[in-house]
Write a protein that binds this ligand. Sequence first.
Ligand SMILES: CC(C)(COP(=O)(O)O)[C@@H](O)C(=O)NCCC(=O)O
Ligand SMILES: [Mn+2]
Length: 892
Amino acid sequence: MASIHRSGSRPQLDLSKAAIEGNFEEKDPTILLPNQSDDLSHLALDIGGSLIKLVYFSRHEGQSIDDKRKKTLKERLGISNGTRRSYPILGGRLHFVKFETTKINECLDFIYSKQLHRGGMDSRLWNAEAPANENAVIKATGGGAFKFTDLFKERLGVSLDKEDEMNCLVAGANFLLKAIRHEAFTHIEGQKEFVQIDHNDLFPYLLVNIGSGVSMIKVDGDGKFQRVSGTNVGGGTYWGLGRLLTKCKSFDELLELSQRGDNRTIDMLVGDIYGGMDYSKIGLSASTIASSFGKAISDTKELEDYSPEDISLSLLRMISYNIGQIAYLNALRFGLKRIFFGGFFIRGHAYTMDTISFAVHFWSKGDAQAMFLRHEGFLGALGAFMSYEKHGLDDLMVHQLVERFPMGAPYTGGKIHGPPLGDLNEKISWMEKFVLKGTEITAPVPMAPPPGTTGLGGFEVPSSKGGTLRSDASALNVGVLHLVPTLEVFPLLADPKTYEPNTIDLADHNELEYWFTVLSGHLPDLVDKAVASEGGTDDAKRRGDAFARAFSAHLARLIEDPAAYGKLGLANLLELREECLREFQFHDAYRSIKQRENEASLAVLADLFAELDSMSEETRLLTLIEGVLAANIFDWGSRACVDLYHKGTIIEIYRMSRNKMQRPWRVDDFDLFKDRMLGSGDKKPQPHKRALLFVDNSGADVVLGMLPLARELLRRGTEVVLVANSLPALNDVTAMELPDIVAEAAKHCDILRRAAEAGSLLVDAMINRSDSSKENSSSVPLMVVENGCGSPCIDLRQVSSELAAAAKDADLLVITNINLRQMERMHVTVTRAFDDDVQIILEGMGRALHTNYNARFKCDALKLAMVKNQRLAEKLIKGSIYDCVCRYEPAS
Ligand SMILES: CC(C)(COP(=O)(O)O)[C@@H](O)C(=O)NCCC(=O)O
Ligand SMILES: [Mn+2]
């Protein structure tokens, strides 16, 4: 049993002149260490025989915008620094890069040009020519850490601090399995399926590392493991024997050969021995391999008489089956439920994974399953990184990590040739060259559904045999890991463990093809908008082209391997598009459209308020909900709606949409909602203490739809929190934009004005009003919080700390959180009284249909949307385009 040794090779923190930033009362204030150099862990290496793997950290260069809303909100909601600790690593990115060991000079150039060896996280800002720190040390594992010590000292002036390889593998695997949601997967007959692993039920497991030789490690916990077995028949055996027998020049070439092979020409099968019959008494079919290479004993044939393809396949199956069998026997020996395979032998090759899975399945008679890891190539390097002190990675939770796939990550993905891409300009040039080289990154071509099983039984050829092998497959599966300590799980989810944000399963190939075609179709128009938003300059055009290429490349990659970036849902695709726009510095493609629509809608708002105020309470509530649904038609992400906008002005379309609102809607729980709000009979229900309104689009949607609804709730004495995007996505309104819109709307309405003042939204207005505090005391506040995302959809497992705080506001608690936790620990069923006091309203197709349509909440939830896509309408509500959804679910 070994335990992880954490050597203290890094400098200690310099605490002199330490000062607390901001409010001393905060629970976890940020501590400034002005004299602490940034000389902290940020690069680790795993130098293997064929590949060098790098894991490095870069600090997130977030812009600090002076957001008045945030300051007052922090005080109001009592938000401290969230779960942020004073670890240096938090709030940055982890990058995964690899090089071929034969090209170690490229690797050294890469480290040098990024100044990763200087130890300073912001070192690029420093003088690149400044002498390197004499004592600089980089953690490294793998045989090359010994072999290349002098080279690193000579070229970069750094020492390599060697970490035990086995320690690193286990530390890397443990981190990934705990921190990354879609890390482990099964791979059977060409089908990748992600496995959700309960973090509390991860240990023990068997880690099988197939390098040149094979190690089998029983892992019992962090730093607790034991090498229980191994075999000398491994990747080296396949490559070594294969090279001798086939004259192949590379490992990948040998694997590729195996795909075209037929092992029956070399292997002796059960049928060969039993005259074509099964040996059914002991459960062996005629096609089972009885003896690998058994037919080669024939003295009439020489090596030249066998095809290299057949030899490679026989060899691959012999070795994979043998490893699979030994792994299973060891799992059995220690009663282990899970077997994870990794190591350079696998390298993301579909066929190798299928072969191993087949073997484990065969020998365990289906009891055990082989699993693989998306970052398997980086276990060692990640483990070496983890061995630095005070990196803070151990404490990160799944919801604080976001994996993104910028260009350069999926395409170079470690296969970096030449200097790294320094800035956007270089990236664009590189993309242009990339296209010229003829690399396939054109618009996606829908592919045929994956083939079915062979149905032959025994050790037949796995069905992924064929065109699915990519020698660089694993390199493409690893993105950049953003560490965002402020993200939290939305506290009102009924069951976060079973929560699945996506409604539509893109594992269904027809669905996948449809949405890919839709998104490809949107591209030209989107590029036009994006370029126009940046003034239509030549630079913007160039960036627009690069964006279109990049996004098409992602789509092409994903249609080929939908699980390449983890489990794929529609929400991920829509977010990927927004991220890709940002990557090419299009920060708000719909800016002018949003402004125009806001102005047009604000101009008629006073009339709408007057109209509403003349109605009875019941009619008003219905009109308000109709208004929200009708105004949701303003959606620049829907093909059909964009076509519609050519047919009339904003107000004309809005009126047309409102006039068409006929109940019953396709999904219509309005009466249930009305009863909760207004009561039935004489009983007047208690209004909700607080409502969280997840708003969607700018213009009529928010101004004529959601704001009047918010006003009604405020009038009833319910505090309103408007929840909006942190970053722009299509024409969605952002949290930064909302206070100004509310301020404009408040000019027409006292209820909104008082509530906005009470919620400190009208900061400027308050300065001029000495009597505001008196009025505030009698008003419930209206607040705006950001949701933590920049997408048309929302994954409620990862929301901003301010949204989480707004959802669990302390003064709504009947009993304190501490008591509650204690009681829960004692298995006392506790009804959280405050959850009944909160209501959430999700609006729009992205937030209420594509995601969260089936989400269950601890509080009352209303989901409102107009379906602006024919196919979705048919599939989800058996209706048609422009049908409406009003789904009301009381607290569960
Ligand atoms: C991107 C969207 C989810 C935005 O809708 P919203 O949330 O604004 O109601 C939606 O427009 C959409 O799914 N569009 C793609 C399908 C289409 O063009 O029909
Ligand atoms: Mn929207």
